[in-house]
Design a protein around this ligand. Sequence first.
Ligand SMILES: [Zn+2]
Length: 149
Amino acid sequence: MIEIAPEHLAHMRQHGERDYPFECCGLLLGRFDNNGTKIAAETYPISNAREEEAKRNRFLIRPEELMCGEKYAREKGFDVVGFYHSHPDDRAVPSKYDLDHAWPTYSYIVVSVEKGQAVDLRSWQMESDRSRFNEEEIAETSRASVRQC
Ligand SMILES: [Zn+2]
């Protein structure tokens, strides 16, 4: 399960709409709690590193951008708890490419953007043997305790 405040869900939808017809991507920063729930405290938008023609259907985060995001997270006392990206004119379901480029433990949020409008947003977590994604519950809430650190 991942806990996210409604305003951050809105940010991801807006980012997907802004970058349409290309894919957007970004990081989810926050904390892992003891029972494996992820508590997202912030979204961290980053650009899409792919060439123009490939931007429509696959996302890649450049290592320097990831490092930059991780540095920002550390400074704020957060961890990277997941990633988000959009699927322009496609379902909010991870692709085979997404599965091949994912890691266990993290949340993968996919925003479906149809004709420039964000119509669906779902979160996924990889099976520990990397064979598939399982849908993960999104709890629309914000925990004040996240911001203490
Ligand atoms: Zn994808």
